[in-house]
Ligand binder design. Structure first.
Ligand code: PAN
Ligand code: ZN
Length: 187
């Protein structure tokens, strides 16, 4: 007998969930984001166990495989540290020329994109927006709304992460809540 050629799917995705074999779940709490926000006094007064974001990522091939793709779903919670909105840590890719797609599923925010010359621009995110992140570009998402911001991502399986330049120097712009509105400020 021939083996069955019709397989059950290996992963499942909808706007709020990503499940399947080899789906990793990571939680990022405030205490793990020390040094990322501008107002350290405000940071130290907050509960470090507060959840800032969760990432589900599906690795159908081993990390580092050339030619494969990874898929992710991030839930970024609303909040501020001082007057700065909650945001992801942000990174360049370890193989710097690797690009990525993000798309917004729920909520509202800004995608910060910083090139190697530290020029930062932002793209508005709201349900249905699709964002192409070119290589050599650090990327960070900021939740400027009052609901959970959910976004999808797809990136090469050999891209990796380089957080070091962000931990050392941050982005060249911050997103602050000023008069209840998001403002892109220079640092
Ligand atoms: C995303 C991010 C995810 C969390 O999957 O890793 O949104 O952001 P940080 O990694 O900056 O904490 C991605 O960009 N992968 O390449
Ligand atoms: Zn990335």
């Amino acid at each position: 007998m021939k083996p069955d050629l019709i397989h059950f799917p290996r992963a499942f995705f909808n706007s709020a969930h990503l499940n399947g074999e080899n789906v990793l779940h990571e939680s990022k709490r405030l205490s793990e984001l020390a040094g990322i926000f501008g107002d350290n006094m405000a940071f130290l007064q907050m509960d470090g166990s507060r959840l800032v974001y969760e990432v589900y990522s599906w690795a159908p091939v081993p990390q580092g495989t050339e030619g494969g793709l990874f898929f992710g779903l991030t839930h970024l919670f609303p909040g501020v540290v001082g007057d700065e909105y909650f945001m992801t840590k942000g990174h360049f890719h370890a193989i710097e020329n690797r690009g990525e797609y993000y798309w917004c599923i729920q909520g509202e925010g800004l995608l910060l994109l910083m090139d190697k010359q530290r020029e930062t621009r932002a793209e508005r995110m709201f349900p249905g927006t699709l964002h192409y992140i070119p290589g050599f570009t650090a990327h960070r998402v900021v939740n400027t709304g009052s609901r959970v911001l959910r976004f999808g991502a797809c990136w090469p399986s050999d891209a990796g992460y380089n957080y070091d330049p962000i931990v050392a120097d941050g982005f060249s712009r911050r997103v602050k809540k000023i008069g209840n509105l998001p403002v892109l400020t220079s640092v």
